[in-house]
Design a protein. Structure first.
Length: 364
């Protein structure tokens, strides 16, 4: 009965979460944009992505001044040369070479050079729509929020790994949006953030989380929450930023290790609770399967756990897939259902790793 109860609670969690997300209409609030903005991109060795990003930036539909600040983090390829060429074509583009090393330092440098009170942040490997800035700034100003977390979604490819990453991302975005709706946002992504320059300067001065090589986005959000600032998720399709994901399992593991190194210091209790429930639901059917081997009379328990877990996963992912317009990926649900317990165990073991590779660097 315990296994069935866990699975049923997981289903209730999904239904209540979807209701809470849909019931909040604040994402439809819009106010006239009346502020210039600074867009900051910290980048390293991104020569293959720069043209795509800048083309998306310079075509933004926005009625006020925009400045684009690119902070090069000691690139060893043609990144800096390409940026300088773009700067000659568009006077709104400013290129800065970071003296120190690392993304955190580069973002801090970009904020320092920003001329405007409102800052919009993204990554070099992203693609954005024409109304990305308009939507993000409108959300920031609509109810006097202090940080706007924007929707992020992986680029789509036909590989199975990419499909599994997208499915997991749908579930992660569900928890991200739900915790934000409950006024206790659990995750932020530097690929799509909007905030005030003054708040970031205060965060930088606090040195909160400086001992970690990554996680500037999460530590910044936590700093704001600790200071009673308001964080909101912008559930607007115009604000979606598409980003690159690992193309190999090794790359995926390195990314997850990078996330895990900061999780203990940035994850709040609400996110821990939801994550724990998801983990229990993923292993409930596994435990039921092991019990059936010794006692076939428990097959009904196993069946309920499997069917209800699959239905709940479908409900969550379908609702998120509707927002991101990616229904084809739902066909991989049975596969990720089988593989995810193994993936969770692997991720837990590797979370104890003290170092990882990122942008041709070994970080700790």
């Amino acid at each position: 009965m315990l296994l069935i109860s866990i699975t049923l609670i997981y289903g209730v969690f999904a239904l209540l979460g979807i209701y809470i997300i849909r019931a909040d209409k604040s994402n439809r609030v819009s106010v006239p944009v009346s502020s210039s903005v600074s867009v900051i991109v910290a980048l390293r060795n991104e020569e293959k992505n720069i043209n795509r990003l800048i083309k998306g930036l310079i075509r933004q539909k926005y009625p006020f001044q925009i400045e684009y600040i690119f902070v090069d983090d000691n690139s060893s390829d043609k990144t800096l040369n390409l940026l300088n060429k773009w700067a000659l074509k568009d006077k709104r583009i400013r290129v800065v070479s970071n003296v120190a090393e690392g993304k955190k330092s580069s973002i801090a440098t970009g904020v320092k050079f920003a001329s405007n009170a409102i800052v919009v942040q993204t990554d070099a490997d992203c693609e954005i729509g024409q109304y990305w800035i308009m939507s993000s700034v409108n959300k920031l100003l609509s109810s006097r929020y202090d940080m706007v977390i924007g929707p992020v979604y992986p680029f789509q490819s036909k590989t199975i790994l990419n499909g599994l990453i997208r499915l997991e991302w749908l579930a992660l975005q569900f928890i991200t949006i739900l915790t934000a709706r409950l006024k206790n946002a659990g995750m932020a992504n530097g690929a799509n953030l909007t905030f005030y320059k003054k708040d970031y300067e205060d965060f930088n001065l606090s040195k909160y989380g400086e001992e970690y090589a990554s996680g500037d986005d999460m530590f910044f959000m936590r700093f704001l929450q600790k200071n009673n600032k308001k964080v909101v998720f912008n559930l607007d399709q115009e604000a979606i930023v598409k980003t690159e994901m690992p193309i190999s399992f090794k790359g995926l593991i390195q990314q997850r290790i990078r996330w895990a190194t900061k999780a203990g210091k940035t994850t709040n209790s609400l996110t821990y609770f939801f994550t724990f429930l998801v983990v229990l639901a993923n292993f409930s059917w596994v435990v039921a399967a092991l019990l059936v081997i010794n006692d076939y009379s428990l097959f009904t328990v196993f069946s309920v756990c499997v069917v209800w877990k699959l239905i709940t996963d479908l409900v969550i992912c379908w609702n998120m897939a509707r927002f991101y317009n990616d229904f084809k990926v739902l066909f991989l649900l049975p596969l990720i259902f089988l593989l995810y317990p193994i993936y969770l165990i692997t991720g837990f073991v590797l979370s104890f790793t003290k170092s990882y590779h990122w942008k041709d660097r070994t970080l700790h």
